[in-house]
Write a protein that binds this ligand. Structure first.
Ligand SMILES: [Zn+2]
Length: 129
């Protein structure tokens, strides 16, 4: 069987999409979308995906204790709901990229960049390792 290596634009009917080397966005499964977000599949979609993350916050805790509960990915009328473990794996990817970015910056850059980074991503990363 052909190995899937990329997600193509919606409606694509190229040779690779027919043979299964690529998958058109409108035929991608939630697992395909997870692989795309994690960089395991190349992004040939040519479109902007919208990603919504839901955090769960238990009683008597503050935002720092929030955990990634689910992730929804959308493009126009296409919607994918990622499983909690997949949502966590995507959060890990985002965290690793953020840390790589931060490691090249100075202390001021790091504190500025950390302001927008949900602290739960670090916990999500540890939970799925
Ligand atoms: Zn194609």
């Amino acid at each position: 069987m052909t190995t899937l290596t990329a997600v193509d634009p919606p409606g694509c009917g190229c040779t690779e999409c027919i043979t299964g080397q690529y998958v058109p966005l409108d035929h991608a499964t939630p697992k395909n979308i997870t692989a795309l977000l994690n960089g395991q599949l190349s992004n040939h979609t040519g479109v902007e995906l919208r990603i919504t993350v839901v955090y769960a916050l238990r009683a008597d805790t503050s935002a720092g204790a929030a955990l990634v509960e689910s992730m929804r990915v959308e493009y126009e009328d296409l919607v994918w709901h990622l499983e909690p473990s997949d949502a966590a794996s995507v959060a890990v990817t985002v965290l690793e990229r953020a840390e790589n970015h931060l490691s090249t910056g100075g202390p001021d850059d790091i504190s500025r960049a950390m302001e927008g980074l949900p602290p739960s991503w670090g916990r999500a990363a540890r939970r799925c390792l």
